[in-house]
Design a protein around this ligand. Structure first.
Ligand SMILES: [Zn+2]
Length: 240
């Protein structure tokens, strides 16, 4: 009989169901499957409802889902505000529908006097985004190094993901390449990698055009502002 693991977040050992490590809404259908039991069903449900649903509405993931045309698990397409009005993805990657903000803009678009819009590329839900990234990283860690994922070494990351305390903080690095996101030939494959960088565990998640780097240990220091080329790289500081 296979050993049933206890959940790395709440120690429950009541579930052994199989789930994707990267949410399906990010093209996770082809993404790696977690090791059963690393996260219990209850914690998975909590993250899905309280954390992922918010994070997926925030840049960069909303823009990614919009331009790649990735539907949610329930088949819904993301909507997003732009300078001209709301846009929505369609089933064809790269083709999006625009609902101009008002009649005047509608007219300008229809007569092709306006042919460009700008996405509002701001991480509006940094707390939900970093918590989702931590959960993904810890699950990947738990898949291959379960003993490390339940150890004190990543205790603070587990707590910040599941139940962050008021005024506690974390950070992540976001790297976006719009041309890769816009390339409809590039499919939504996702990859996660756990690395040890200067003695600190970090989780790197790669989607075409969007890379995030989050430390799994609190003692990691963020790169100094200005050391990475902006706006491609951004260091996002998050306070709960
Ligand atoms: Zn749990």
């Amino acid at each position: 009989m296979p050993t049933i693991l206890s959940c790395i977040f709440c120690h429950s050992n009541e579930s052994s169901s199989v789930a994707h490590i990267v949410p399906e809404s990010l093209g996770g259908k082809n993404s790696p499957i977690g090791r059963p039991g690393v996260t219990c069903d209850r914690c998975n449900q909590y993250f899905g409802q309280k954390v992922e649903s918010k994070a997926l509405q925030s840049f960069p993931f909303n823009g990614y889902r919009l331009l790649k045309g990735v539907p949610s698990k329930k088949g819904r397409f993301v909507r997003m505000d732009t300078t001209l009005g709301q846009v929505q993805a369609s089933e064809a990657p790269g083709i999006i529908q625009l609902e101009p903000r008002n009649g005047q803009l509608k007219n300008l678009v229809e007569t092709e006097r306006v042919s460009q819009f700008h996405l509002i590329a701001e991480v509006t839900e940094p707390l939900a985004v970093v918590r989702m990234l931590l959960k993904i990283g810890l699950e990947q860690l738990g898949k291959h190094y379960y003993d490390v994922a339940v150890s004190d070494r990543v205790e603070e990351a587990r707590v910040f993901a599941r139940r962050p305390a008021r005024s506690d903080n974390w950070w992540f690095v976001l790297f976006t390449e719009p041309s890769e996101i816009l390339d409809t030939k590039v499919q939504g494959e996702s990859a996660i990698e756990i690395r040890e960088q200067k003695g600190v565990l970090v989780s790197v998640m790669r989607l075409p055009g969007v890379t995030t780097i989050v430390p799994l240990e609190k003692r990691a220091l963020p790169p100094t502002q200005g050391s990475l080329p902006e706006p491609l790289y951004r260091i996002i500081q998050v306070v709960c």
